[in-house]
Design a protein around this ligand. Structure first.
Ligand code: SF4
Length: 275
C-alpha cells in the first residue's frame, strides 16, 4: 500500500506541553487522564511514575497533582488546594481562555451559551466558571433554554466544527438583540480537520488513529467518512487486511492526543499490506 500522511496531524501544542510538564514532574499524579490516549498515559506511568487519579478523594496531603489539558472544574480546583496538594496546571491555554471568558461575561451579567458536549470534561470545567451557563449540542437544544439575562455570550468547545458553531450563533441572533460571540475553537484542531478533508478526497481508504473516547479524533473520522471509507483505530493491532482489498492508496491522520510512535507503527504496518 502507498501511505500518505495528512499535512497536519497528531499532537497539538497543548498536548505536547502537557506531556512535557508531566515528564518534568516524576512521581506525581494527574487529576483525570492527562490526554485521551491510554497508551501514552501508560508510558508516563512506566517511565516517569506519573499516576492517574480518577477522583479528588484519591488525593493525599502534599501530593503533586497535574491538571490535565482539558482542565477541571472551579470547585475541584478549590478542593485540591484545600487538600494541601501541590497543583501543577497543564490546562491548555486555549481551554483556559473560554474559562476566563465565561467568568468575565457572567460577572458582566450575560447569560452564557456553550456549544459543546455537556459531559465532556473541558465543557464541565468551562461551565463551572459562570452563573447562568447553558450547554447546547445543536440548534434544536436552544428551544429548551431558559435564560436569566437578555444579553448572551457564546463560547465553543475547542474541538467543535466552526460551521456548526455558526449555525448556533445565527439561531441565537434571530431571537436575541445582543449576542457576543467568542471563537474559542482551537486552530490546531481546525488545521488537522482541513488536512484530513483534503487528503481523504485523494485516497482509496482513510485510517484515523486516536483514542476511542477522543472527541477531536471522532471529528476527524466524521470528516473523512463523508469523503471515503474510513476506519478509526487506536493502534496497528486493530488493522484488518480485508479493508485494503483492491485499494492502492491509504491516507492516514491522527487525533491531537495520538503520539508519533503509534502513528509510525500504523504507517509501517499498512505499508507492508499487499492488497
Ligand atoms: S486541541 Fe487545541 S485546545 Fe485542545 S489541547 Fe490541543 S492545542 Fe489545546
Amino acid at each position: 500500500m502507498i501511505v500518505k500522511l495528512a499535512k497536519s496531524y497528531g499532537f497539538c501544542f497543548g498536548v505536547k506541553r502537557a506531556i512535557e510538564i508531566a515528564e518534568q514532574h516524576k512521581n506525581s499524579a494527574t487529576m483525570g487522564p492527562l490526554i485521551h490516549n491510554q497508551k501514552e498515559i501508560s508510558r508516563l506511568k512506566e517511565n516517569f511514575n506519573v499516576d492517574l487519579y480518577e477522583n479528588i478523594s484519591d488525593v493525599k496531603k502534599n501530593d503533586t497533582v497535574i491538571i490535565r489539558t482539558h482542565g477541571i472544574t472551579k470547585n475541584d480546583l478549590q478542593t485540591l488546594k484545600k487538600h494541601d496538594a501541590k497543583v501543577i496546571n497543564a490546562t491548555c491555554p486555549f481551554v483556559t481562555t473560554p474559562q476566563q471568558i465565561v467568568k468575565h461575561m457572567s460577572n458582566e451579567n450575560y447569560s452564557v451559551v456553550i456549544f459543546g458536549d455537556e459531559e465532556h470534561p473541558e465543557v464541565k470545567g468551562v461551565k463551572s466558571y459562570g452563573d447562568d451557563v447553558h450547554v447546547v449540542k445543536s440548534v434544536s437544544d436552544l428551544k429548551n433554554l431558559t435564560l436569566k439575562h437578555d444579553r448572551i455570550a457564546t463560547v465553543a468547545q475547542t474541538t467543535k466544527q466552526k460551521d456548526h458553531y455558526a449555525e448556533i450563533i445565527s439561531a441565537l441572533m434571530i431571537k436575541h438583540k445582543e449576542v457576543r460571540v467568542f471563537n474559542t475553537i482551537c486552530d490546531a484542531t481546525f488545521e488537522n480537520q482541513a488536512a484530513a478533508d483534503e487528503l481523504s478526497k485523494q485516497v482509496d481508504i482513510m485510517i484515523v488513529i486516536g483514542g476511542k473516547n477522543s472527541s477531536n479524533t471522532k471529528q476527524l473520522f466524521y470528516i473523512c467518512e463523508a469523503n471515503i471509507k474510513t476506519y478509526h483505530i487506536e493502534d496497528e493491532n486493530e488493522l484488518d487486511k480485508k479493508w485494503f482489498n483492491g485499494k492502492t492508496t491509504c491516507g492516514v491522520t491522527a487525533g491531537a492526543s495520538t503520539p508519533d510512535w503509534i502513528i509510525k507503527n500504523v504507517c509501517n504496518a499498512v505499508e507492508i499490506i499487499d492488497a
